[in-house]
Design a protein around this ligand. Sequence first.
Ligand code: TRP
Length: 452
Amino acid sequence: MPESRCLQGIWSSPWIFIFAASGSAVGLGNIWKFPYVLGENGGGAFLVVYCLCLLLVGLPVLIAEVALGRTVRSNPIDTVNDLSERRIVHPAWVLVPWLAGITGFLILTFYSVIAGWSIAYLDRAITGGFDNITQVGASSMFNELLATPSEMLLWHSVFMVLVVLTVGQSVTRGLSAVVRILLPVLVVTLLLLACYSMMIGNMSEALNFMFRWSWQNITFDVVLAAVGLALFSLSVGMGAMFAYGAYMSKRMSIARACSIVVGVDLLVALLAGLVIFPLVFSFDIDVQAGSSLTFVSLPIIFGNLLGGQFFAGVFFLLLVVAALTSAISMLELFVAWLHEKFYIARLKAALLMGMAVWFVGIAVLLSLNHWDSKLMFGLNLFELLDKFTSLILLPVGAILLSVLVAWFIPRPMLQNEMITKQANHFQWWYKTLKYISIPAMIVITLAGWIGV
Ligand code: TRP
């Protein structure tokens, strides 16, 4: 008997899920965000906490999302609606997928602006804009970009058009071909760049910074940042992986597939760190520079490297594609829902959502220059959205989703999904989710908020 499938189709081979989910996970979060959050939070200590968060929180929550998606083969909103109609869960749970969808939407509004910076840098890279650039030159190039809303608007719009066109297609068809080639190329390019960066930069200080453990550096803020980044980087807490799970073949073990995704995600983040930090230390760039870290340090390597123009072009092109494969997963929840519930064509649904994101994105990019007023807690709109989504919405979404799966969805439903002929990871996963991931997320999130 053919297996049941979702209206959006099914991945053409079991392995494609791994590529698609890794495509969603690997994005600006790994290459842009991971190094700067590591820098802001003191290096090695953060890395250890981050790995623990990936294993004990990220992985179980990822499995929970994917398993629920595959069990019901529908979009998150209809799924919870259906469960509540069948009186399996309370109707109030319907708020959770809505919250998840809104989180994705909000993340995309600033994600697209940063992806726009990547396109702007791709443009500079191919036109030789980094040639012999100095550190001062690189900083002012980035600051100039932030001060020019018209250019940011152009690239933000280009990126959103790409997102809409890609999400408008069926993800189960278009995406897989791209990701299958992209991911290996990305890893190899990063590896080459990391070797080069360690050769010309200050390798020992970078390794010392990234891998040296020290207790004093661990505070609740660090732990909260690590949980937030782990969830962000694995794309969990907002239903994107839920949707991808719905298109996954039954032949694949969920636990195994998700472990591979976590491994790839961590590998790419570490490689990005190894590219950036040797330069940061040898050029005396402030490790705490925040969101500008990547965009200031990378042009310096490329501008002073033999064949740098070529490498720069490849690198920023990959960054844009990696951002694109992540961005589409943020819109997938609402697009799949509009398509399944109201029979709106995918392209139309994508256009509708994309336009809304584009509008809010304009306010976000203006908050970096003309409207650079501190809205709350001394943060502008851009910073506020970044912090609000990764420190509040994602953890809350992930907690609620995990509680739903661990405590309210009937156990046999999940057990069927997790126990395959080849593997039985159910008990291990179920207990970790219930007794480690959920309590840890609750304690860490609350403690982070009240500023322990
Ligand atoms: N994981 C992506 C990155 O690292 C970002 C992303 C894609 C995401 N989909 C998401 C983050 C869903 C949170 C939720 O860049």
